[in-house]
Write a protein of this length. Structure first.
Lengths: 324, 89
């Protein structure tokens, strides 16, 4: 994956947005109508930058009448997600559907299973609490440790290290959310003979920040080759509403507000992008550190973490194994 | 009684190598560098240490110097026993 690069700076991620939009649009058009032979594209709209950019690209490629946007809020979703998704849907002029997936999640006992997992480490936790999963910072150790943070109805926060059992139970329960959303997207795809778009950016795709057969499933992933910084450049070029462009990236999976940084990447996306770019271009940490604003040792640790996450992501990317 | 090192090795082979005893694993082989441990594996390892040896693993203990090889784990558990004046080898 290594490519040579002569000079490195924060500007290394700048791209010609117009040319890239044209290139991606051509791939979407050829992919949907040619390879996949579908009439249009379904995009799950979360109100975030990635799904908004993918929807805007789909409209460029196929026309607004061949794009369907789905809003899929659930009990833990922030109100912003739906409002911003609707704002985008109106701006793009696409057909949209709202599917509240809380009922399906209750039926699958997603919330009960999640609550039981948290109770394993915080016995006083109950349904009135809010919660989120966070990862230890890269500065504390090369090992990345998962913690659960809960907030009582009185607003008192507690942070406890998860046991392996509780961690696996918690992740397995919350993964229902991404898988349910994808199931709903494929309902609409089948209903209208459309394909389903995946919305991971390069950071997420490379580092395995997705649920296998959940948000990781799609027929087409039009921004999986773009660093998140570049997705923002395309969003600005495509006229994605400013409210969406300025919204901090969130997982929107847990009831307590949670950034992608504390959940998975440990660094703001801009810095993660530059480190990943540096690593992909075989740049030594000493070349990358000044542009990122980290020490050489910190960049070296990020490089190691990138490798560790790639290793863990291998399972997520692997197609089903067949016996030849 | 099985030695701490033997018990740790048995756990690592069963749970990090999935029982593949034929995989070469030296006492000082780094779990991180050999790619046999991830963040879930660390939590499992901690659970094993706490349940098997009845030691309390603190957040500040969660560093490679303590947990990244069979030798490191053995040393860590022995030190913990030293802390609590228990006698295991």
């Amino acid at each position: 994956m290594s490519e040579k690069v002569s000079r490195f700076s924060a500007d290394s991620l700048n791209l010609d947005a117009g040319a890239e939009v044209a290139r991606i649009s051509a791939v979407i058009r050829d992919g949907v109508f040619g390879e996949l032979r579908r009439k249009g594209l379904v995009v799950g709209l979360s109100g975030g930058i990635d799904s908004s950019t993918v929807a805007a690209l789909a409209v460029r490629a196929l026309g607004a009448d061949r794009v369907i946007g789905i809003f899929m809020p659930e009990s833990d979703s922030s109100d912003d997600s739906l409002q911003l998704g609707q704002l985008l849907g109106k701006k793009l002029g696409i057909r949209t559907f709202k599917e509240d997936i809380s009922g399906i999640l209750k039926g699958a006992e997603c919330y009960r299973r999640r609550d039981e997992a948290i109770k394993e480490v915080i016995p006083e936790y109950h349904a009135g609490y809010k919660s989120k999963l966070v990862l230890s910072s890269l500065d504390s150790s090369e090992f990345r440790i998962s913690y659960v943070v809960v907030q009582s109805p009185e607003g008192v926060q507690t942070k406890i290290r998860l046991t392996a059992d509780a961690f696996l139970a918690l992740v397995a329960a919350t993964n229902f959310k991404q898988r349910t959303r994808k199931m709903m997207e494929y309902y609409y795809a089948d209903r209208y003979l459309y394909a389903v778009a995946g919305t991971p950016n390069r950071l997420e795709y490379d580092q395995g920040f997705f649920v296998k057969n959940g948000d990781g499933a799609a027929d087409l992933k039009p921004i999986a080759h773009l660093y998140k910084t570049q997705v923002y450049q395309l969003a600005a070029y495509l006229g994605v509403p400013a409210e969406i462009q300025h919204r901090p990236p969130t997982t929107d999976t847990y009831s307590l507000e949670q950034s992608q940084e504390e959940f998975y990447f440990s660094l703001p996306y801009g810095k993660m992008d530059l480190c990943l770019f540096g690593k992909n271009h075989a740049l030594p940490p000493s070349d990358v550190a000044p542009a990122v604003g980290l020490s050489e040792q910190q960049v070296a640790r990020v490089y190691k973490d990138i490798d560790a996450k790639r290793q863990a992501a291998h399972y997520l990317h692997a197609p089903p194994m067949l016996v030849e | 009684m099985e030695s701490i090192e033997a018990e740790v090795r048995r756990y690592v082979v069963e749970h990090l190598l999935f029982g593949r005893g034929e995989v070469e694993l030296g006492g000082d082989t780094s779990f991180l560098e050999s790619g046999i441990i991830d963040s879930t594996g660390v939590l499992e390892l901690v659970q094993f240490l706490e349940e098997t040896f009845q030691v309390k693993v603190e957040d500040e203990d969660l560093i490679p110097a303590n947990l990244d090889s069979i030798s490191a784990l053995t040393r860590f558990v022995k030190n913990k026993y030293g802390d609590s004046s228990k006698n295991r080898n």
